[in-house]
Design a protein around this ligand. Structure first.
Ligand code: AR6
Length: 172
């Protein structure tokens, strides 16, 4: 299986790159962003400062420093504002932007958190459908991609992703 869903802490995952659910300043924050910066060490923030931010839907690459992962791909998900503000398209674009970097760099393994479903309040089931749809497209398109891991932080989130993956994701 080239797609793996696990429950865990993404800062512990060994991969060519882990993805950070950042904000547009790229200077750290709470949630998974805070955890990644804490685990990577201050060198990560120093490199992020040089990037001068990142618009929503785009992605930027840094090294992984003290993380087991070699690189971090920082992407900025949309803040959920009810769904009529292009949030779904922007979330899809996050995954597409990450995979564009993965392809450009020739990475074989990448791990994602559930982008936008924490502080940014994107509904988890809808986010899971978008995430898994984009991941599936990338796996079909890129034979060099050996493994994509989605790291869910709670059992409930893992169950939602598993349900959507199994095709029983509802229609909302
Ligand atoms: N490993 C995997 N997933 C995690 C971890 C972890 N160590 N920690 C949290 N999560 P969030 P967002 C899950 O809020 O919604 C930050 O302050 C978490 O349970 O981290 O995109 C940034 O600086 C949730 O399911 O990101 C931005 O300001 C998922 O990661 C803002 O939050 C994403 O939650 C971005 O909000």
């Amino acid at each position: 299986m080239r797609l793996e869903l696990i429950r865990g802490d993404i800062t512990r995952v060994d991969a060519d790159a882990i993805v950070n659910a950042a904000n547009s300043a790229l200077l750290g924050g709470g949630g998974v962003d805070g955890a990644i910066h804490r685990a990577a060490g201050p060198e990560l923030l120093a490199e992020c400062r040089l990037l001068r931010g990142c618009p929503t839907g785009q992605a930027r690459l840094t090294r992984g420093y003290r993380l087991p992962a070699r690189h971090v791909i920082h992407t900025v998900g949309p803040v959920w504002r009810g769904g009529a503000d292009g949030e779904s398209a922007l979330l899809a674009r996050c995954y597409q932007s990450v995979f564009a970097l993965v392809e450009q760099q020739g990475f074989g393994t990448v791990a994602f958190p559930s982008i936008s479903t924490g502080v940014y309040r994107f509904p988890i089931e809808r986010a899971a459908r978008i995430a898994l749809g984009e991941i599936r497209k990338a796996l079909e398109r890129m034979p060099s991609l050996e493994k994509v891991t989605v790291v869910l932080f709670s059992d409930a989130d893992l169950e939602t992703y598993q349900r959507v993956l199994s095709g029983d994701g509802g229609s909302s």
